[in-house]
Design a protein around this ligand. Sequence first.
Ligand code: ZN
Length: 247
Amino acid sequence: MRITIVSDVHSNLAALEAVLRHAGEAGALDGVWCLGDIVGYGPQPRQVLARLADVGARAVGGNHDFAAVGKISTDDFNPDAATAAEWTARQLGPDERARVESLPEVIEDDTFTMVHGTLRSPVWEYLYSYEAAAAHLERQKSPFGLVGHTHVPMLVVEGQEFPNGCEMYYLEDGRSFELPAERRLVVNPGGVGQPRDGDPRASYAVYDGEAAMITLHRVEYDIAATQRLMEEAGLPRWLIDRLAIGR
Ligand code: ZN
């Protein structure tokens, strides 16, 4: 079983298609898991929702998903994000709204816990600091956690030998690691539709169930095509520009 793990697709269909093509060639489409922020920022919310439904994605909701359907307020969003959330809300039909509204905040099984932010604050908190990582791990019952929200690929390894109780590692393209039996981990696959680590390529991960391994991948996509659609939609300039620089 090989699973494709995506997060923060943000209505960027070109990026999602590039990832699914790449994952398909690697035989990793036995399942797709999505860690939230399916919509928001980008120009194709309906198409991205349909494509993820197509591949039977198992998904949790993120702050941008719930903001687009009015489940949470955009008061804490920056002005560009709020503008994009309002634009996204106008695009969604009743079925799409219902689908987004019903996304769970957390999915847990015996092996993995999926959440957009952290288990302390599922929709909002960034798992960036040791303090947030420790608070998350305290609440994680399964051996492995999967989070998104930061748009930066990262591995958190729990261990008493680390001064903060865990260590954090940036994951570069092609990096593979084994899922250990004796330690708990948290993995962030990075952002598909709006990477923020200075690398504009779409970021995602593959979980190989037989080998018990996860591998991080970066994939080029047609950034200009997404930018053109954003211009046509009248989305904020900075949201268009940032895709080219991966910030
Ligand atoms: Zn996001």
